[in-house]
Ligand binder design. Sequence first.
Ligand code: MN3
Length: 238
Amino acid sequence: MSATPLTSSPQGWTRRRFLGAAAALGAGLALEPGRLFAAEAGIRLEALPWPETALEPVISARTIAFHYGKHHAGYVANTQRLIAGTPYAAMPLERILRETAGRPGQEALFNNAAQVWNHTFYWNSLSPQGGGKPPAPLRKRIEDSFGSLESCLRELAEAAVGRFASGWAWLVEEGGRLRVVDTPNAETPLTRGWRPLLTIDVWEHAYYLDYQNRRADYVAAVLEKLIHWDFAARNLEG
Ligand code: MN3
């Protein structure tokens, strides 16, 4: 795996997004959400979509430095090590997830690869210009499924705060309806037939430096100030 770059350039990102979209069209498959993840083999630490200081004061640069630079990078390194010399080294990340989900003996690879995917998805679920109201088409879908934006936000907060121990809260689409779900540890909606729209990481490493045990305060601040509705809208269209 020595030829695999640990980080990607913004140019590389754009190129992979294009290749991912082209591959999805060519194969008639919905890569969900194909625009973020490489269609070719190899595991990378994808670039953050904003500078480390961009989410302050809601999430500090120090939290991002550890969360991205140590935790996320660690999952990337572990996954690269686990696939080296195996057939998984020839697969893109999303295929590795589908091939290892629920497979006895592959728990470590699934957990690390899923955490790579989940973290890239999480960074893109946050924006310094986030919060506020979703764009009109997404807002209509939210109102159709939850009754109101406020109900959707309340469900997201309850899922994020109520998730016992480590895991993730998600807004997903299933069968034309939007739903809030939560997953434990590294579990990802991708392998359960749900289309993920956005996520909140509720592992303690996501908030402990800034909020200590006050997970509810972290979740409320993220939903109010950072949640990236435009990203969710693009995933719904994609
Ligand atoms: Mn995390």
